[in-house]
Design a binder for this molecule. Sequence first.
Ligand SMILES: [Zn+2]
Length: 129
Amino acid sequence: MNKEKLEFFKNLLLVERERTVKIIEKIDKTWSKSIRESVGDISAYATHMADLGTDSNEREKETYMLERELKNLKKLDQALKRIYDNTYGICRFCGKEISESRLRAIPFAEFCIKCQRNEERINNNNRKI
Ligand SMILES: [Zn+2]
């Protein structure tokens, strides 16, 4: 991959990284706020058990989202590292170049489409067992 293309994907990764960090920060803020609120008002805690049910559902959804974003952040950082190492855009499994259209869709892709599909097939088979 030439320098201009690397630069292009580096920027793409940095923008995506910033967006991910913002989502994580936002979840982090709402969490500390709701934790403060529940600690600050014990009587409300006792009388609004029904509301708490919804809260814990919300919390679960946010936990799931947070985990997903943290995973994304890790992948983005790894992809940025590959840019600096000059191994970006090379399939980690077969060593061939990952297509540009795939990288545009998933800038932190580690595998070419062929290897990714193979891996998904293996995972699906494992799940059946
Ligand atoms: Zn491959």
